[in-house]
Design a protein around this ligand. Structure first.
Ligand SMILES: C[S@@+](CC[C@H](N)C(=O)[O-])C[C@H]1O[C@@H](n2cnc3c(N)ncnc32)[C@H](O)[C@@H]1O
Length: 213
């Protein structure tokens, strides 16, 4: 049961999976996973495993991550297991290099937000006048991504005018990092007990199995 807010893309992926794995039962659910949602009636009463492996959990604020895990507990029900991938707290130099990659992929990803605002919300951002800026905030255990205005400028979005001072930034994304201990404590506060942890040798990334307490 793949869950995604992007319904067209989800249907396309589900169709591909069905044709690649003929015996697999694929029941896509187009939903916003930040809130509670229902599962298809076909699986009522079956034991369930939630699978959220790609570290998207780190893009939530800790309170939102807790709410997400609480909703998951309600949706999956008694006896559920949840498998979650979490990017670990590590040398800030490694994180810095990843979020400021030499090919500029992350910078393009970040600036793409302005392109989409221009296209979808009638914005007037000049992408050349904003700079990608990412750094590790070790007090909050998170990478912060910003777009910094290279100059004083005015931009219109949806008929509103926004003024930027030179160096003023738009905070576009956070990516929280967790130790196994800090993630276990977050999970516990949402009703889940850590039952297993797998990690790579360099301890850069972990996958945790959680059980409902
Ligand atoms: C970075 S990708 C997923 C990465 C990886 N598959 C993972 O497990 O973390 C983010 C995906 O989440 C979907 N998504 C983002 N926000 C969502 C939301 N609020 N509800 C449901 N799906 C969402 C996007 O459409 C996209 O397909």
């Amino acid at each position: 049961m793949p869950v995604d807010i992007s319904a067209d893309f989800l249907e396309l992926s589900a169709a591909r999976l069905r044709s690649a794995y003929r015996d697999l039962w694929v029941l896509p659910v187009a939903a916003d996973f930040t809130g509670p949602f229902g599962l298809p009636a076909e699986v009522a009463g079956m034991p369930k495993v939630g699978f959220f492996p790609g570290s998207t959990i780190g893009n939530f604020e800790p309170d939102e991550a807790r709410a997400f895990l609480r909703h998951a507990a309600t949706i999956l029900g008694d006896g559920a297991v949840m498998i979650v991938g979490v990017d670990r707290i590590k040398d800030p130099g490694v994180l810095h290099a990843a979020y400021n990659d030499a090919l500029g992929v992350t910078a393009r990803f970040n600036l793409n937000l302005l392109r989409r605002i221009n296209r979808e919300l009638g914005g007037s951002f000049d992408l050349r006048s904003f700079a990608h800026y990412a750094f590790y905030n070790c007090r909050e255990d998170r990478i912060e991504m910003h777009l910094v205005s290279r100059m004083g400028q005015r931009v219109t979005v949806g008929g509103e005018t926004v003024a930027f001072r030179p160096g003023e930034s738009i905070h576009t994304e956070c990516s929280y990092k967790y130790s196994p201990q800090s993630f276990a404590s977050l999970a516990r506060s949402a009703g889940w007990e850590l039952s297993a942890t797998w990690s790579d040798e360099a301890e850069l990334f972990s996958v945790h199995a959680l059980r409902l307490t």
